[in-house]
Write a new protein. Structure first.
Length: 144
């Protein structure tokens, strides 16, 4: 008898454009094929992997090209990260960064840096980007 749990599941890295086709449905034929891919993952027939850089590209594209609000973007990214059998090594930090991105109205990459610094135990940052980093409660801008 075949034990499905012992079966080797195909692992596939998912790039930014795949997520964007699904999230925007700007090409319905491609979006449908992506939906089938995600359905396979939800059913446990395939394991999907993505990265922080892919998520950053998604955020940037949805914000700059599609003009979505930070709240909408955060919701879409959280949906991606909560997809069964989709793995992103830094998902927990990304979700915390999304909260900072929305709540403090700062750039997503700055929010990622802020959470990365927090996990490293750093409380000072040398930057000329005072606009965003002064909104991060655990960071102090190092005078330069």
């Amino acid at each position: 008898m075949w034990d499905k749990k012992l079966a080797i599941v195909t692992k596939v890295f998912v790039d930014t454009n795949i997520f964007l086709r699904f999230l925007t449905n700007d090409d319905p034929a491609k979006a449908k094929r992506v939906e089938i891919l995600f359905r396979k993952a939800v059913q446990g027939n395939i394991s999907l992997i993505t990265s922080l850089l892919v998520i950053a590209e998604i955020v940037w594209t949805l914000e700059s090209f599609y003009n979505l609000t930070k709240t909408d973007i955060a919701s879409k990214v959280e949906t991606i990260l909560n997809t069964p059998h989709l793995f992103c090594p830094q998902a927990e930090m990304i979700i915390m960064a999304l909260d900072l991105y929305v709540q403090e109205n700062i750039d997503f990459i700055d929010a990622v840096h802020a959470h990365d610094l927090l996990t490293q135990g750093l409380s000072q940052i040398a930057t000329y980007d005072h606009k965003h980093f002064k909104r991060v409660p655990w960071l102090e801008i190092y005078p330069i």
